[in-house]
Design a protein. Structure first.
Lengths: 265, 328
């Protein structure tokens, strides 16, 4: 039985959500709760609908049924700009126009806060500087993106999303293509954002053990359904892993963090 | 940025002066100065050459160049394809088929009809491309593919008309289509200027929207941009701008493709900077092309559209070549 983290109010809640690409149904009648000011990880095998759900929660795809509530209000009633001020998204493999510097990119994150003819304000400037500081990209500000390493570029994109100053961050596989050190760095950054900056973060992660170690709320997905959801130590077990991934494993205690650690047999 | 603008303005001014002075009747520096300052009487031969023939022509060339470059910059941003130019929206092929039809079928249409038909054809084609590519939303790839498809359809119709039309009419249509500013008058210049001023200003004011839409639909949407509406409005602007340029001067190719790339290399990726610089580059290109076309094998005049193709193609190739080597 999935355990819900009931001591937190829901920041985002999907109620009976169905999603389809044309006639192909990806998700049907999904109830998914994202607790406020927590790091939620969406984990599941390829094709389980993780990214599709994230994109739908971001308002980039329209659900074919059900509703998605942000702070209790349906996102369908929110304007695009207001949605962008409240929910920031970083998709997989974003592409920047040629010649853009890190600063150019981060400043783009202020778009939803500026009116059509609004000038660049001090608040805009402060948001960009904070975003670059948090991601350690301040010294790279004037460097063109095309000359950065993969890890630096990913941090620049996250800085752009942070400059948006949304309460919610949705990240689609943010650690893919990063080496181990940069993955850990990114996970630590998310922890800081949630703990010190009151953000609600949802990330699609490929690595179950990474999710178990850093996330406070894990949603295991299989075929567009929730197989289990709750605190990692309640959710990650031999049975759920066998059910979701079809892999026989042993779950032990992570000797460093005390979180569950899945070791395939 | 300021220095770049200044250099471009000086180059353009130099070309304008050269265009006023050079030609079948070359004016000395002093003649030109006296004519321009009006120390000669305005009915003199020099005044007629400068004010009635060369000035409208060079102004028209500059306006058309600026318009094509701006339309090209917009297309490049909304299509996110380095080879996209207003032609992919069907503007050129639509204008071509309409003008060919009017000239061949009506035999001797009134002088005003071909440009009006050209604009109408361009606008109709752009609307058709946009509507046929709509599937609950826009997509740059679908627009490009639809544009290519409808473009070849229109091309076939143009060829059909020219194959069966009267040879004299066809030739007149071909000359019109070749893209030239020989048929300039101050009235035409004034009309085109008034027509362009608002769309050009709107394009510049929308530079922040262009900056964002270039990131791709999903990223732009996630920052709160109504991507479909923005792309639709930009296509309307683009049609107003380049359709008018085509109606005024026929098909002058390569400017819409080359000018935005050159501007991007000169001042970086922000559209607030690219747009004015691209407009100046476009003006320089067409004025230079027209000047060269008048001088190279005078008294024969090569249409500017042919010259831009001749100098544009190798220039573009060298640009790509340099970039590849800068990268490698």
């Amino acid at each position: 039985m999935p355990v819900d983290e009931s001591n937190r109010s829901a920041k985002i809640a999907g109620r009976g959500v169905s999603i389809a690409y044309g006639s192909r149904r990806i998700v049907e009648d999904l109830d998914l709760v994202v607790p406020e000011r927590r790091f939620t990880a969406l984990v599941g095998p390829n094709g389980s609908g993780k990214s599709t759900i994230l994109r739908t929660f971001a308002g980039l795809m329209r659900a074919t049924g059900g509703s998605i509530l942000l702070d209790g209000r349906s996102i369908a009633t929110l304007g695009a700009r207001e949605m962008a001020r409240r929910v920031g998204v970083l998709l997989q493999g974003p592409v920047a126009p040629e010649g853009l510097t890190v600063r150019d990119l981060v400043q783009q994150g202020r778009y939803p806060h500026r009116s059509l003819f609004g000038r660049w304000s001090e608040a805009d400037q402060a948001a960009c500087e904070e975003a670059m500081m948090l991601t350690g990209t301040t010294t790279l500000a004037d460097t063109p993106l095309d000359t950065l390493s993969g890890g630096q570029r990913q941090r620049a994109w996250i800085a752009m999303t942070l400059a948006q100053q949304s309460e919610v961050l949705l990240l689609d596989e943010p650690t893919t293509f990063l080496d181990l050190a940069h993955q850990i760095e990114l996970m630590n950054l998310i922890t800081v954002l949630v703990r010190d900056h009151r953000k609600t973060v949802v990330a699609v992660l490929h690595d179950l053990n990474q999710a178990a170690r850093y996330a406070e709320h894990v949603v295991l997905l299989k075929d567009g359904r929730i197989a289990a959801a709750g605190h990692p130590s309640d959710v990650i077990s031999q049975d759920t892993i066998a059910d979701v991934f079809g892999v026989r494993s042993m779950v032990i205690r992570d000797p460093v963090a005390g979180t569950p650690l899945c070791v395939p047999l | 940025m300021t220095r770049c603008l200044l250099v471009l303005v000086i180059i353009l001014a130099g070309l304008v002066i050269a265009s006023l002075a050079l030609g079948d009747v070359a004016l000395s520096r002093q003649d030109l100065w006296e004519t321009l300052t009006g120390s000669h009487d305005r009915t003199s031969r020099n005044a007629m050459i400068v004010f009635d023939l060369r000035l409208p022509r060079v102004l028209l060339a500059a306006l058309v160049g600026a318009a094509l470059a701006t339309a090209g910059t917009i297309t490049l941003a909304i299509m996110r394809n380095p080879l996209a130019e207003p032609g992919v929206l069907g503007i050129n092929s639509g204008a071509a088929v309409a003008v060919m039809a009017v000239i061949v079928l009506l035999q001797d249409p009134p002088a005003l009809l071909p440009p009006v038909a050209g604009f109408a054809g361009a606008a109709a084609m752009a609307a058709a491309v946009f509507l046929l590519s709509w599937r609950g939303g826009t997509s740059s790839l679908r627009i490009i593919l639809t544009g290519i498809g409808l473009g070849s359809l229109a091309g076939a119709a143009t060829t059909f008309l020219s194959a069966f039309g009267d040879i004299g009419d066809v030739q007149r249509a071909m000359i019109w289509l070749a893209g030239s500013v020989y048929d300039a008058s101050l009235a035409k210049v004034r009309f085109l200027f008034l027509w362009l001023v608002i769309p050009l200003a709107l394009a510049w004011m929308a530079s922040r929207e262009l900056d964002l839409i270039r990131f791709g639909d999903d990223t732009a949407k996630s920052f709160g941009q109504p991507v479909d509406r923005t792309r639709g409005l930009m296509i309307v602007l683009c049609t107003l701008i380049s359709g008018a340029a085509v109606a005024a001067a026929g098909l002058i190719g390569f400017v819409g493709l080359v000018a935005p790339h050159v501007a991007g290399r000169l001042v970086g990726p922000s559209h607030a900077r690219i747009l004015p610089v691209a407009a100046l580059c476009g003006a320089i290109l067409v004025v230079a092309a027209d000047l060269l076309g008048r001088l190279v094998i005078a008294p024969v005049q090569i249409p500017a559209g042919i010259v831009t193709g001749l100098i544009g193609a190798p220039f573009f190739a060298s640009l790509l070549w340099k970039r590849r080597h800068a990268r490698g």
